[in-house]
Design a binder for this molecule. Structure first.
Ligand SMILES: Nc1ncnc2c1ncn2[C@@H]1O[C@H](COP(=O)(O)OP(=O)(O)OP(=O)(O)O)[C@@H](O)[C@H]1O
Ligand SMILES: [Mg+2]
Ligand SMILES: [Zn+2]
Length: 283
């Protein structure tokens, strides 16, 4: 039986949403480190453990989630203007990529950026989620500011690659989340070790243990390390998540998801949203 997932108190003191128990943001200081890949696979791994999970693509400038989940369709808009999430990979998924076409110039998106995150969050008809994973754009810009001020976030997962430059960017991301009172649930080191697709031998081309060192220096947990592996990228390009296809990688994502679920479960509960408070008192 699946144990009930409780509602944790958002770190940033924004009032919780009735239909979403726990919002987890996935961020990084630097682009291209694999946030979107980690966000999707983390969401699927949480779902595989019995949770109801959504994925919100907050990358307004370069939404990659529609491609990664292999969906290119318009969401249904209800009479009350609410938007039905797209069902993909056993998740409820929303992205600006479903709503605007590729030709929409980036310059129009700028002013929309901060508003778009909140609109997608509140206008989407999420059906009772245990977790909503938010895939952030790179860096510490407008969208992150909106997230901090308007979105009830329980905690953040920070993604990095093991190079020194990327690790410096981690410090920026961690400092940003600290400043806005969003607890950092932990660090994921992505593209950690290169695994040869021919013979399976492993090579630490970016050096070993960078993630562990930076995690220790900032007193945050290293949630896990995902190898740099050809099929993670190939599957993503075909609209297939590595989680559902590759057993060895799936296990690594499940470990990370278990730790994330554990951290959330240890956060103080949120009794401010009445429905959940009632359920919790029953047990
Ligand atoms: N562990 C991995 N092994 C191999 N390829 C990977 C791995 N993780 C991500 N990739 C690939 O690296 C590229 C960048 O990944 P992704 O889009 O997830 O990064 P991102 O941090 O979200 O980027 P952006 O900052 O542009 O949003 C993609 O082509 C993805 O398939
Ligand atoms: Mg991305
Ligand atoms: Zn080899």
């Amino acid at each position: 039986m699946v144990k009930k997932i409780h509602r944790a108190k958002p770190g940033n003191e924004v009032k919780g949403l009735a239909n979403i128990r726990n919002i987890i943001a996935v961020g990084s200081g630097k682009g291209g480190v694999g946030k979107s890949t980690v966000a999707l696979n983390l969401a699927m791994a949480l779902q595989s453990q019995g949770a109801t999970v959504g994925l919100l693509d907050a990358d307004i400038y370069g939404p990659s989630v529609p491609h990664m989940v292999g969906k290119n369709q318009r969401p249904h808009i209800n009479e009350d203007k609410s938007i039905e999430p797209i069902d993909a990979c056993n998740l409820q998924v929303m992205s600006l990529g479903f709503l605007v076409n590729k030709q929409t110039p980036a310059i129009w998106r700028g002013p929309m950026a901060s508003g778009a995150l909140q609109q997608m969050l509140t206008a989407t008809n999420w059906r009772e989620l245990d977790y909503l994973v938010i895939d952030l754009p790179p860096g510490t810009g407008d969208v992150q500011l909106t997230l901090a001020q308007k979105v009830p976030v329980v905690g953040a997962v920070v993604v990095t690659t093991p190079q020194d430059v990327a690790l410096l960017d981690v410090e920026k991301a961690v400092a940003m989340f600290n400043k806005v009172d969003i607890p950092v649930l932990g660090l994921v080191e992505n593209m950690s070790v290169y695994v040869c697709s021919q013979c399976g031998h492993e090579d630490h081309i970016f050096g070993a243990d960078g993630g562990a060192r930076v995690a220790a220096a900032h007193d945050i947990d290293l949630l896990g390390a995902i190898p740099l592996q050809r099929n993670i990228r190939e599957l993503a390009d075909e609209g297939l998540a590595a989680f559902a296809q590759d057993y060895s990688v799936a296990k690594a994502y499940v470990d990370i998801a278990s730790k994330v679920a554990d951290r959330v479960a240890k956060c103080p509960r949120d009794y401010a949203v009445p429905l959940d408070a009632m359920v919790i008192e029953e047990s």
